[in-house]
Design a protein around this ligand. Structure first.
Ligand SMILES: [Zn+2]
Ligand SMILES: [Zn+2]
Length: 316
């Protein structure tokens, strides 16, 4: 069987080819071992607060309606002064920009899927984790489209668990808490709808109260994550919006949204976690499509279809 032994030259060629193949694989952006990262983050929780304006949240110097985020959590994370939805400023398009890293003009009634896979689908495909490890909970039933996409290679595949119903935010919080405790998902998106709902109802007082309420809910979830043995020190939180609302001098002001006015485009981003700076305000101009590639890098997977950029300034 001597003739089956590789001679040294052939051996070297094979080693070299194996090296080249290894290079090509990592250049293609597909990690050989999803989940292996230099980061401490093992779980990501994204909270989307639907449709408050920057002027009543982080843009208000007193932070009177977001005392938890604006005063307490601010010391533990990073806040962006110039974060934008540069696509259609409607609910379904805004959430899609966040989850897929692409802007897309969409039907806003839940009859159209995103064209590209979300970070949930891509993560499940690359890790082969149980679907209950990637969960979407939303207080708007139409957002169940976030769990799938129309791309022929992805439709109906690697779908996360999606709990989408028209319900008050207090119930959404309860469901989120119970799913966190029950399944310990590694990727979770929670959507609160209050500010948008009361804005459209032209109810200024309830609009402000729901900003206060959702600020409390964010704190509740952050406290839970900090105290739960599974999540503490390994979990990153993002808090953002799908869109803002018109400035007071645009059309009907805070009641509606959907155009390119500063009030609609300018949104919030707060981020906290074991890999991020703390107590820092960022003045770099960033946008909603940057979240998907950033979450992907943190969790050790890649989003080949996303168009946003990695938010490198977040990191220590
Ligand atoms: Zn919305
Ligand atoms: Zn507007």
């Amino acid at each position: 069987m001597n003739n089956r032994r590789l001679n040294p030259v052939t051996g070297m060629i094979w080693v070299f080819l194996a090296f080249l193949m290894g290079c090509e694989q990592s250049d293609s952006g597909l990690p050989n071992d999803p989940g292996k990262t230099p980061y401490q983050t093992k779980n990501v929780v994204i909270i989307v607060i639907d449709g408050p304006r920057f002027s009543e949240t982080w843009g208000d110097p007193s932070k009177q309606y977001i005392p938890n985020l604006g005063k307490k959590l601010a010391r533990q994370g990073v806040q962006y002064n110039w974060f934008y939805n540069n696509g259609p400023t409607y609910t379904t398009s805004g959430h899609t920009a966040l989850t897929t890293g692409r802007y897309q003009i969409m039907q806003n009634d839940g009859t159209e899927f995103p064209h590209y896979p979300s970070l949930f689908q891509v993560w499940l495909s690359q890790t082969r984790e149980d679907p209950n490890q990637a969960i979407i909970i939303t207080g708007k039933e139409k957002l169940n489209v976030l769990a799938d996409c129309s791309h022929h290679q992805w439709r109906g595949k690697f779908n996360p668990i999606c709990v989408a119903d028209n319900r008050p935010d207090a119930e959404t919080l309860k469901i989120a808490r119970s799913l966190l405790e029950q399944h310990h998902p590694q990727l979770l998106l929670i959507q609160f709808k209050g500010p948008d709902q009361y804005g459209h109802a032209n109810d200024w007082t309830s609009y402000l109260n729901s900003i206060i309420e959702t600020d409390r809910y964010v704190n509740d979830i952050w406290e839970f994550l900090q105290n739960d043995p599974h999540y503490q020190n390994t979990t990153t939180l993002f808090v953002t919006n799908d869109h803002g609302r018109h400035l007071d001098n645009v059309r009907d002001g805070f009641v509606n949204h959907g155009d390119l006015c500063e009030g609609c485009l300018h949104i919030n981003l707060f981020a906290a976690g074991p890999d991020f700076k703390a107590g820092v305000t960022i003045n770099t101009y960033r946008e909603l499509t940057d979240l998907a590639p950033t979450v992907a890098r943190l969790m050790g997977f890649t989003m080949p279809d996303a168009r946003g950029e990695f938010l490198s300034e977040l990191f220590k």
